[in-house]
Design a protein around this ligand. Structure first.
Ligand SMILES: C[S@@+](CC[C@H](N)C(=O)[O-])C[C@H]1O[C@@H](n2cnc3c(N)ncnc32)[C@H](O)[C@@H]1O
Length: 172
């Protein structure tokens, strides 16, 4: 009984502590993301999608179903284990890391987030920095949160699509 209490406490601590660095764990619904990859941005085998804060990997698996490579960065070790268990495709990889601290791979074409209002502008800046660093256009999909002061290219339900060019700052 005491062991269960300790396990519960440890899980609470792990899931709770992540909030200091970003959004808490709430998964995007599978049906919604499948739809967004058809209607908002036609993801295909030429894409490499990066999910910053990949949770249980639901978005990574949706990307792999469309033939894209998918890389997730996740701070919560429990979710990293779960997503690795659930994502058997060789197209999916999940890294235990704080996405603020990593340089996103040069082959990235699309960056996805289900973030929060506190961090969304900073996340957009990270995408801009990545586009500038690799000198290429990147697409940024934000679920649930519009980037203040930046015009989206497209919107579908709660998904916002931004086209981010290297070295540009398109604030309103
Ligand atoms: C709202 S959930 C979204 C999960 C997934 N992207 C989805 O749409 O289903 C946010 C996730 O980001 C993770 N997270 C928050 N801050 C993070 C950080 N700094 N580095 C890596 N992961 C982070 C949380 O643990 C959580 O799993």
């Amino acid at each position: 009984m005491m062991t269960l209490v300790w396990i519960g406490f440890a899980l609470l601590l792990i899931f709770g502590l992540v909030v200091v660095r970003g959004a808490p764990y709430v998964p995007t619904r599978r049906k919604l993301i499948d739809n967004a990859f058809k209607k908002l941005y036609q993801l295909d085998k030429n894409d490499v999608l990066v999910d910053i804060g990949s949770g249980d990997g639901v978005v990574l698996r949706a990307a792999a179903r469309r033939g894209a490579r998918a890389i997730g960065y996740e701070l919560n070790p429990v979710l990293v284990i779960i997503s690795r268990m659930l994502s058997r495709s060789s197209l999916v990889s999940v890294r235990l890391a704080d996405f603020w601290m990593v340089t996103l791979p040069p082959e990235t074409t699309v960056i996805y987030t289900f973030g929060d209002s506190r961090d969304i502008k900073k996340m957009y800046k990270k995408v801009e920095q990545t586009a500038t660093r690799h000198n290429k256009i990147l697409y940024f999909i934000s679920f649930g949160f519009q980037v203040p002061g930046v015009k989206e290219q497209k919107k579908d339900k709660s998904f916002y699509l931004y086209k981010v060019a290297p070295g540009t700052l398109q604030h309103r």
